[in-house]
Design a protein around this ligand. Structure first.
Ligand SMILES: C[S@@+](CC[C@H](N)C(=O)[O-])C[C@H]1O[C@@H](n2cnc3c(N)ncnc32)[C@H](O)[C@@H]1O
Length: 190
């Protein structure tokens, strides 16, 4: 199974109609559309990206699937936007998804980075309800990618030592493969 397939399978198990879900790195909108399909017409998705090109691509995909009216697009840095959302939506999200790195087919210099991602993860956890799921995929094949993956790993280990259930997946297919972490808020197992 590809990592994206694992992410979607786990989200499909945990998301219910009417839920709030957050895509912290909307990119081309694949994950945003998946979330929008799962939360249904009564649910809500908030999708964040730092570049207009990504939100335009996500918006087009949402229009094509008929899900645009249940998704709010936010242009900005995920750490800042998630921190702001904590003021009004702490403990309300069923899932937060991060697919780190750069926009496929876009400007590779605009990419997530360890320091902001670490801050964003803490706010994302604050946004989750008990039992909510945090999915983070990190890529190690580009400059800064290994450092960012190491920062995510350290953060996930600290959460596993505290009060959350964490598992990770690494495909055996390539040199420096991507890593997927799944965190469930609270101590109940997956
Ligand atoms: C790998 S892509 C995401 C793919 C997306 N999940 C999808 O389904 O198509 C990573 C995205 O992160 C965005 N990004 C980079 N730095 C960011 C930041 N600081 N805050 C929010 N988004 C950021 C990039 O613009 C890019 O669109």
């Amino acid at each position: 199974m590809k990592l994206t397939e694992i992410v979607h399978a786990k989200l499909a198990e945990s998301l219910q109609a009417g839920d709030l879900a957050i895509d912290a790195t909307a990119g081309n909108g694949h994950d945003t559309c998946f979330l929008a399909g799962k939360v249904g017409a009564d649910g809500r998705v908030i999708a964040i990206d730092i570049q207009e090109a990504a939100l335009a691509a996500t918006g087009q995909r949402l229009e094509a699937t008929g899900f645009a009216d249940r998704v709010e697009l936010l242009l900005g840095d995920h750490a800042q936007e998630l921190n702001a959302l904590v003021q009004t939506k702490a403990g309300l999200a069923a899932a937060v998804v991060f697919n780190l790195g750069y926009l496929p087919g876009g400007d590779k210099s605009i990419k997530t980075a360890a320091d902001q991602t670490r801050l964003a993860l803490s706010s994302a956890r604050d946004l989750l309800r008990s039992g909510g799921m945090l999915c983070v995929t990190a890529y190690r094949g580009h400059p800064g990618g290994p450092e960012e993956a190491a920062a995510v790993d350290a953060w996930m280990r600290s959460r596993a030592d505290a009060s959350d259930c964490v598992e990770h997946h690494v495909p055996e297919t390539s040199n420096r493969p991507p890593i997927l972490w799944l965190l469930k808020k609270g101590l109940s197992a997956f």
